[in-house]
Design a protein around this ligand. Structure first.
Ligand code: HEM
Length: 230
């Protein structure tokens, strides 16, 4: 049997290899990952955690990568709304307890994952909640405090003594720690697929095996055959 058609689990629709991450999604995912890595490295250089970069270089690298990331986020937000992909992030609270039970316990006992990808829903309930928190909390906390930090020369005369800047630096660094926590958990979760590298390969190639109803197969074959792996 080819990789493109997989035997159905009992009572479930058959799975097909379908392009679930478009070229743009893969581009913004990997460029965001690279920029966050550069920002973490240069930011913690500025913070004094390591001395691997001269201060001036760290400031320029951090500021440039931050502006590129803000532009990428702005464009990707626009893309999410124009393509309707934002709906993928609506949290589905009903499925959440089963997914949490799986990651807390079932994963250790070899239980099957309680969630299967479908064409309409690429993420499980816990994933959408985590990505939503990332997009509405961690990301905005970083870029808003970062912009306030960046524009300090413009508002420094309003700061009471030296209170202003350390407070902004504190909020920005706290948000940076939340970002690192998110990234560590996210990277761990990517190793929990069928094989350790399954999810990473999906985000590189764009293809994953997805349960498809007969109507969806017919629609894809007729209208979007380029999305089906041959
Ligand atoms: C997304 C937009 C971001 C903007 C606009 C931004 C902006 C800034 C600015 C202006 C500074 C101060 C640089 C200086 O001292 O001249 C700074 C410091 C820092 N940034 Fe960012 N940043 C962003 C994202 C991030 C991210 C994603 C991380 C890491 C996950 C991060 C971690 C840090 C750290 C740790 C510091 C040092 C804080 C301190 O000790 O003062 N930043 N950032």
């Amino acid at each position: 049997m080819s990789d493109a058609t997989l035997a159905p689990a009992a009572g479930k629709p058959p799975k097909r290899a379908v392009m679930i991450y478009s070229r743009y999604e893969r581009f913004w995912h990997w460029s965001q990952a690279l920029l966050i890595f550069i920002l973490t490295f240069s930011g913690f250089g500025l913070h004094g955690t390591h001395g691997l970069l001269p201060f001036e270089v760290a400031v320029n690298l951090h500021t440039t990568a931050a502006l590129v990331l803000i532009a990428l986020w702005a464009f990707t937000t626009f893309w999410h709304f124009t393509t309707g992909q934002w709906k993928q992030y609506l949290p589905q609270l009903s499925g959440l307890p089963a997914v949490i039970r799986f990651y807390a316990w079932g994963i250790l006992t070899g239980a099957p994952h309680p969630y299967s990808k479908t064409l309409r829903r690429k993420q499980n309930a816990l994933q959408s909640l985590a990505y939503l928190l990332f997009m509405v909390m961690i990301g905005p906390a970083l870029w808003s405090s970062g912009i306030v930090y960046l524009t300090y020369p413009w508002w420094s005369h309003w700061a009471i003594g030296t209170i202003g800047l350390p407070a902004v630096a504190f909020i920005h660094t706290a948000a940076a720690f939340l970002m690192i926590t998110f990234v560590v958990i996210h990277v761990y979760m990517t190793t929990t697929g069928k094989t350790v590298t399954h999810y990473v390969k999906t985000m590189i190639t764009g293809y994953d095996s997805v349960e498809l109803t007969a109507a969806e197969v017919a629609f894809l074959e007729e209208e979007k055959s380029d999305l089906l792996k041959k």
